[in-house]
Design a protein. Sequence first.
Length: 67
Amino acid sequence: MYVCICNEVKEKQIKTAIAAGIDTLEGLKTALDVATCCGCCEPMVNDYLDANQDSTLASAASLAYAV
């Protein structure tokens, strides 16, 4: 699915970049050119970043309890 229609950036590309360690909007803008034209996709890109941060925090909390 396209997230950024202006620059033809797909959801999979965004998720792959986030998994590779790009964890900021500015980083994704630089790497993928996402949210650099009309900006309509920026809220959705931020949702992907927030979901990744939530997942990372939950993983860290699980590790803390496992120790």
